[in-house]
Design a protein around this ligand. Structure first.
Ligand code: SF4
Length: 323
């Protein structure tokens, strides 16, 4: 959803844009000035099943939309657009739901995913788009500002560095965040973002900094984490969701890539962003998502990125930002 916001902004220049989203994704569109309405579709909860699907299609049909942009690409979303009577249905030629589309746009493998999504509107996947146009945008509001004020009330001092040590995929979790936190806490305040599942990682970091770092894992919404990241001098993240929150808030970013590479389309888009990865490893990349275990057993793509290297980059990015 974060990477869809440039497409939404582009479409809003020529008409009203409503977005159909899951409950979690919908929260990311709060306060977005380019969205007229976010329609929540809880396909795994309250709106589960065929009856709710048909009810939604009939509600969408009554709105007489001119076009549907099928960014997500599923069979379900394509079928919903068709059943809703939306005449123009645009999606990627490679998507599972392509049989329902009236226009199929080529999916360019090495393009940034924000550019791929934007090409659904421009129909020109080869077009060069400036980074500033591709950069996603999020709009935290008063509730997120209050939540972050409350979290940051506990600490004070130097520049804020946000660490995002989690990832659903085990091999994408750089294993030295705790060592990095120890190095960085000499010159910055360290705050950890993540989901409930990242609590154990956060505790390791807190332990390494002798309690100086604080954790917001499970305490902030996605938009709240975006607000926090927006106040930071630097984010250090794996190839995971906080990377895109940092892009949306244009916060200087160090992105640590292990088994995946930015060329898959999910690299950072902040103006000051550095990617760290072992480009000299022949086995890399080994998987589009990152396997749960290194198939070769050595996991060199992550183990051989040292905390000293990343701490040095962090120091220079923060110094550059404060010049
Ligand atoms: S095979 Fe190579 S790229 Fe894949 S997890 Fe192992 S070290 Fe990393």
């Amino acid at each position: 959803m974060v990477l869809t916001t440039p497409l939404i902004a582009h479409l809003a220049k020529s008409g009203s844009v409503d977005v159909l989203a899951t409950p979690a994704a919908a929260t990311l569109l709060a306060n977005n000035p380019h969205v007229r309405e976010t329609i929540v579709y809880d396909k795994r909860g309250a709106d589960r099943g065929a009856r709710a699907f048909v009810r939604l299609a009939s509600a969408l049909r009554a709105r007489t939309y001119a076009a549907a942009y099928l960014a997500q690409g599923s069979v379900r979303s394509g079928a919903l657009a068709a059943l809703s009577g939306i005449e123009e249905r645009i999606g990627f030629s490679t998507s599972a739901g392509r049989r329902f589309y009236t226009t199929r746009v080529p999916y360019i493998e090495n393009a940034h995913h924000a550019a791929r999504l934007l090409s659904l509107a421009t129909r020109d996947p080869e077009r060069e788009v400036p980074r500033s146009t591709l950069r996603p945008r999020l709009y935290p509001g008063p509730a997120e500002r209050t939540a972050v004020d409350r979290v940051l009330g506990a600490i004070a001092g130097d520049a804020l560095v946000v660490l995002a040590p989690g990832s659903v995929w085990a091999t994408k979790r750089w294993p030295y965040f705790a060592d990095l936190a120890r190095g960085v806490s000499d010159f910055a305040r360290v705050v950890i973002v993540g989901a409930d599942a990242d609590q154990a990682l956060a505790e390791q970091i807190i332990g390494a900094t002798k309690g100086q770092a604080i954790s917001t894992t499970g305490r902030l919404s996605l938009l709240g984490s975006a607000e926090l990241i927006g106040r930071a001098a630097l984010v250090v993240t794996n190839d995971s969701a906080p990377l895109h929150l940092a892009s949306a808030m244009n916060t200087p970013t160090i992105a640590v890539f292990g088994p995946t590479v930015p060329e898959f389309g999910f690299g950072p888009l902040a103006d000051a962003a550095t990617v760290v990865g072992r480009d000299d490893l022949a086995c890399r990349p080994c998987d589009r998502h990152g396997p749960q275990k290194c198939p070769l057993g050595h996991w060199r793509c992550m183990r051989e990125i040292s905390p000293e290297q990343v701490a040095g980059l962090a120091r220079s990015l923060i110094t550059r930002g404060s010049d």
